[in-house]
Design a protein around this ligand. Sequence first.
Ligand code: MG
Length: 291
Amino acid sequence: MTDLFPPDAVLEHLFTGTTWGEGPVWLPRSRRLRWSDIPANRILEYDEATGATSVFRAEAEYPNGRTLDRQGRVVQCSHGRRAVEREGDDGPHTLVDRWTEGRFNSPNDLVVARDGAIWFTDPPYGIHESGREGHPGEPEYGGCYVFRFDERSGEVTPVVTDMVHPNGLAFAPDESILYVADTGYLQVTGAPGGIRAYNVVDGARCDNGRDLVTVRPGATDGLRVDVEGRIWSSSADSVQVFTPAGDRLATIPVPEKIANLCFGGDDGRTLYITASTSLYRIRTTTTDAAF
Ligand code: MG
């Protein structure tokens, strides 16, 4: 192991029982890890104090990625509602589900910038005919974009339009770069697959998109960036950590295909990993740049 982990760090298995675990977020007030079981259409919570896992919500409209906004409230993607929504005391409220060209496909993952704007990806996994991860439906705008939603103005702007199936995303610590995973190659013959980097201009648009790293086996689905700017990526068999230049620093084997990961715990230095049927965690020496 590297100095990314304490000497005694081990991968801990916490729970098994999801169909496809995704969208983890750490809830500091309740000290719980909340995540999605997309095909089972439910939201789960792991209680760090007791080690128990419980169902936070069933019939949850196929939720996917989630994060906290600047006020610490949960914002999440809903395949079923084709929307980005915020959790309130009385349940989720849709923040945005369309732009000028039509409804979104099925928002997949999201981040909140320091100015409060929500940036999210919109691949089609939730509207497939199979209905495995949502309700079958038609794409309405002819692409799969990354959008920026400014809640104050209500403005929705496409910021990345040159990807096949944009998926996980995260900002560099100073928000000068946006990293976005493209999982398109898993479904579309000849499509690219890997993490792309974009310069963020004026906090509101992207340019100079370039391929940064191709993660195999499998692909990068969810990813996070730590305070040193390192990129923590999912893959089919491991968590893989990269420098901002795309050089691999570490590989942490995980016995199941990983969908997503997040930092959490009281000091923010525990990495939680949602991997197919199970939830895992491992202690690290760093934390999320967005904290
Ligand atoms: Mg995803």
